[in-house]
Design a protein around this ligand. Structure first.
Ligand SMILES: [Zn+2]
Length: 248
């Protein structure tokens, strides 16, 4: 095991992490732990899937944005529009301006997520059981960010690394893992907050345990979320990318 210190505390205590090269990024274990071959494999495959879906959906979004900007009458794909409206809470009678703004904002945020996730040598770190609770993933946030997290206008990224509970890395779960990766990347690279979570079919919840008690809304509140809030909601981006039907 390499002498890799993930945090300052680790260096002081002298308890190194296992840092494993997975494709073009790193998987980092808890102090004294290891990253198994299966965990590395599943994390790598999930990252490939997350990036591929992101590329596809960003390209669809770019086409729609171009069409709208050009005032073209091009038909936006029904799947694209339905997915956009449902994930970003666009009302059925929304104006063309609202739809255009939703596409522009989603495009900006997804571009940042794509750029961030594409960063070479990015680290994905196993969750700290004392911090993550039952969550599948989280990005640590500064206290000042917690205090301001209700400000949907804010676009400041989190400084922490993306964390994922490595114990959940099982073959066959790649799309669920990819969902959590995009959710966390939306926090880290696009400054998104947790206004609301999509109902989880998987039991994997990208919920940040250390934020509970500070008003994390219940899942039932999805339909109460506004368009502006949804455009700053991490799970809206994860759902938008992972639920979009693949191009024919
Ligand atoms: Zn979150």
């Amino acid at each position: 095991m390499a002498n890799y210190y993930h945090t300052v505390t680790q260096r002081v205590v002298g308890q190194a992490s296992d840092r494993v090269r997975v494709r073009d990024f790193y998987a980092v274990s808890r102090p004294g732990g290891t990253v198994s071959a299966v965990q590395g494999q599943v994390l790598g495959d999930s990252m490939v899937l997350a990036r591929r879906r992101l590329d596809e959906v960003l390209s669809l979004t770019r086409d729609s944005r171009r069409a709208l900007r050009g005032g073209s009458d091009m038909d936006l794909s029904v799947d694209f529009l339905e997915n956009l409206k449902s994930l970003f809470r666009v009302a059925g009678d929304a104006s063309a301006a609202t739809i255009r703004n939703t596409i522009e904002t989603a495009y900006d945020s997804l571009s940042r997520v794509q750029h961030g996730l594409g960063t070479r040598d990015i680290q994905i770190v196993d969750s700290n059981p004392n911090r993550g609770g039952v969550a599948s993933g989280y990005v640590r946030m500064a206290y000042r960010e917690i205090l301001r997290r209700r400000d949907a206008e804010r676009q400041v990224s989190f400084g922490g690394r993306v964390h994922f509970r490595f114990a959940l890395l099982r073959a066959g779960d790649e799309s669920k893992v990819a969902h959590v990766i995009i959710h966390e990347a939306a926090h880290k690279f696009a400054g998104a907050r947790d206004w609301c979570y999509l109902p989880s079919e998987s039991g994997m919840v990208a919920m940040e345990n250390d934020m509970r008690g500070i008003g994390v809304p219940s899942q039932g509140a999805w339909y109460d979320m506004t368009n502006i809030q949804a455009l700053n909601n991490a799970d809206s981006y994860a759902g938008f990318v992972m639920q979009m039907p693949a191009r024919l």
